[in-house]
Each structure stands twice: as structure tokens, then as C-alpha cells.
Write a protein that binds this ligand. Structure first.
Ligand SMILES: Nc1ncnc2c1ncn2[C@@H]1O[C@H](COP(=O)(O)OP(=O)(O)OP(=O)(O)O)[C@@H](O)[C@H]1O
Length: 263
């Protein structure tokens, strides 16, 4: 039996006495695309923030490749092979697409500011390595022609794809994607499906994605976890989750109640 690459064990988080995550356990296997869905406020982003070290859980543990990462700084967790994108675009203003991508490797290199200031050979080598990795990542996502354009001049959907590419140049084991399909047109969604599968199959990266575009989740994910009000209410293959009565109630129950109170 293979062991989980990412294991979330009985994690609880509260803010100001309000429990936002309540005893969440999830095992994500290597090479899996895992969907994380649930109504607004279910706790999905909070869970990603726990995994990448932004929030410390009040209870429970998170293991990456068998090692506990709770209590480590986000930069250290990133160095252990965990990449992340956010709900809003995080590209740097005043930088080209290529330079934005290179920052994905700079965070992990060692020559740093002093090296840059003194133009040390080690710094120049790292720059070359970062540029090569950035160009490869751009080619991988089919956007090599965009290298010299200002990052923030791209469409919102393109910026999101660039951000995913930026996580890849650090050679991560796991990448967390927070609503990556926001801003993508219906036509682009099919291409996006393919990109996620290629990241898994060609780069060997395990993906966890929060997504409100349920069609994308059901098409591309191997396993889906559903949160509602901080609890895990379902977990399994897309077809099983889609027909789960608790999931239908969590989504439709809310919708029906809203319609009722509006009438
Ligand atoms: N730093 C914080 N301080 C206080 N409350 C917070 C904080 N972060 C999140 N919350 C609350 O925790 C709950 C879960 O929020 P979270 O953003 O994790 O939900 P979500 O499932 O990602 O929602 P959405 O789909 O709308 O992004 C919400 O009620 C939110 O207001």
C-alpha cells in the first residue's frame, strides 16, 4: 500500500473562539489531483493556509512526505517542496513575465541580496539557472512568447496560469491552487484541464485545488474532499461525492433556503 504524500490529521483551527476547522483528516496520495470544495466560508482557504504554514492549527498535525511541517515557517515548508497560488493575482508590478517567474527560484536560492550587490559569480550562476528554469516553465505552459511582457498587463486568467508556472520552477512535490480557474473563459477551461493533468503526469506534481467551478473539479480530480462549516462531510472519487446526500444538502440546501427567504 502506498503512503500519503500529504497527510492532514485531525486538524482544528479557531479564530476568536469560533471553530473554523473541526477535526479535518485527509490523505493525499502521490500523483493525485485532489479537489477541495464546499460552500463559501466552509474553511477551504483556511485549510490551505494551515498546510503552507500561514496558520498554526490548534490541534492536529500535517505531514509532508512523512515529516511533520506544523510550526515551520512558510518559506521552510516551501523549501521542502510545497508550492502555492492564491485567490488573487500575486504577480509583481514593474516586472516582466520572465522576471516574475524567476522569483519562484530566487526564494529558494542562497546567493541572495549580498551576492546581488557585489555581483558575485555564485549570484550570476543562480541568475542564469533561474532564467533557464523560467524559460522552460513558460514553454511548458505554452506562453514562451510572453516572456518580455509586463506581468500585470496580461489578462487575469493568464496571470493565474503564470503563477502556477512560477510554483513549478521550484520543483515542488505538492502544489496548492486556490481557485485557479477564476477569470478563465469556458473555452479556456478545457485547456486548463489538460494543463493540470500535464503538471501531474509530466512533472510528477501532486495537486490540491480549491475550486468553485464544479465541472472542472469533477472532470480533472481523482479524489474530492467536501468541507461544510469546517467539517469534512464527504471524501472520495468525483462520482461518489457528486451523489452524496450530505453534499447535495450542503450546496442545494443553502440555495433553496436563499430562494425561500428572497420570495
Ligand atoms: N484570519 C481570520 N480571522 C477570523 N476569521 C477568519 C480568518 N480567516 C478566515 N476566517 C473565517 O473562517 C471561515 C472560513 O473561511 P475560509 O476563507 O477558509 O472559507 P472558504 O471555504 O475558503 O470560503 P470561500 O469559498 O468563500 O473562499 C469564514 O467564516 C471566515 O470569515
Amino acid at each position: 500500500m502506498s503512503t500519503a504524500l500529504l497527510s492532514i490529521r485531525d486538524v482544528s483551527v479557531g479564530f476568536g473562539g469560533v471553530k473554523v476547522l473541526d477535526g479535518i483528516s485527509i490523505d493525499v496520495m502521490p500523483g493525485e489531483i485532489r479537489g477541495l470544495i464546499g460552500p463559501n466560508g466552509a474553511g477551504k482557504t483556511t485549510l490551505l493556509n494551515v498546510i503552507c504554514g500561514i496558520h498554526a492549527p490548534h490541534q492536529g498535525d500535517v505531514l509532508l512526505d512523512g515529516t511533520s511541517i506544523v510550526g515551520l515557517k512558510p518559506s521552510r515548508i516551501a523549501g521542502l517542496g510545497l508550492g502555492r497560488t492564491f485567490q488573487t493575482s500575486q504577480l509583481f508590478r514593474g516586472m516582466t513575465v520572465l522576471e516574475n517567474l524567476m522569483t519562484g527560484l530566487h526564494r529558494r536560492t542562497t546567493a541572495g541580496m549580498l551576492g546581488a550587490a557585489f555581483n558575485l559569480a555564485s549570484y550570476r550562476e543562480e541568475e542564469e539557472r533561474a532564467e533557464e528554469a523560467a524559460r522552460k516553465a513558460l514553454e511548458f505552459i505554452g506562453m514562451a512568447d510572453f516572456a518580455e511582457r509586463p506581468g500585470t498587463a496580461l489578462s487575469f486568467g493568464q496571470q493565474r496560469v503564470i503563477e502556477i508556472a512560477r510554483t513549478l520552477i521550484g520543483d515542488p512535490k505538492v502544489v496548492l491552487l486556490d481557485e485557479p480557474a477564476v477569470g478563465l473563459s469556458i473555452n479556456r477551461l478545457a485547456e486548463f484541464d489538460t494543463l493540470l493533468r500535464r503538471i501531474r503526469d509530466e512533472k510528477g506534481v501532486t495537486l490540491i485545488l480549491i475550486e468553485h467551478v464544479i465541472r472542472l473539479v469533477m472532470d480533472v480530480c481523482d479524489q474530492v474532499t467536501v468541507l461544510s462549516s469546517g467539517r469534512r462531510i464527504a471524501d472520495g472519487p468525483p462520482d461518489q461525492v457528486r451523489n452524496d446526500p450530505d453534499v447535495i444538502e450542503a450546496y442545494l440546501g443553502k440555495e433553496l433556503r436563499a430562494r425561500h427567504s428572497a420570495s
